[in-house]
Design a protein. Structure first.
Length: 191
């Protein structure tokens, strides 16, 4: 009597294992291209060539989120229609981060003009395919973006690192504090 039950359990376990091994990775199901980006953030946004999207839990809820380096000509115009929030962690760090005003600040460097970091916080098993919240982080003068862990008050969190353009080659970290994205300058890079 024990043998048939064992065979059934073994069959069910193997079936589940095979099904999970064949389940496609959610990152590969949806192509992260300009069409995807414009459906999420509007027609003024395009991917930055050479930058790859990052998949990480940015808000600490255990669900995968999506981080994309992009160019957007005017994210303030599209935020209501596409249901995202424009935030300015850079100028907030320096005491004034109202994106209604700081979004009009113009940079002298055309290579970084309009560069933003777009973040989609995912929800449930659908992760970033079912956005819980979307953000456009503006006024980050970066030439490269990466997502890595950092220590903050003895706690390991996920942060967006920007290698900033300019003569001094500064690195900064942007992280979710539970309510909003915050900016921290980290120092100079070593080349």
């Amino acid at each position: 009597m024990v043998r048939p039950r064992f065979d059934i359990l073994l069959f069910v376990a193997l079936t589940c294992f095979i099904a999970s091994a064949q389940a496609p990775d959610s990152r590969r199901e949806t192509r992260i291209d300009n069409d995807f980006l414009q459906k999420q953030f509007g027609a003024t946004c395009t991917l930055i060539e050479g930058e790859q999207p990052a998949f990480a839990d940015m808000d600490g809820d255990g669900v995968e989120d999506l981080v994309i380096a992009a160019k957007c000509t005017n994210p303030m115009v599209d935020q209501t229609e596409y249901n995202f929030v424009v935030v300015d962690p850079y100028y907030s760090f320096f005491g004034y981060g109202d994106p209604k005003i700081t979004s009009s600040f113009i940079t002298d460097d055309p290579a970084i003009k309009g560069r933003v970091v777009l973040v989609i916080h995912g929800s449930g098993v659908e992760t970033w395919h079912a956005p819980k919240a979307k953000f456009a982080l503006i006024n980050l003068s970066f030439k490269k973006v990466s997502v890595k862990k950092m220590m903050l008050k003895k706690k390991k969190i996920t942060a967006i690192y920007t290698e900033e353009s300019g003569g001094d080659q500064m690195v900064a970290a942007i992280f979710w504090d539970g309510k909003k994205y915050k900016y921290i300058p980290m120092g100079s890079t070593m080349e």
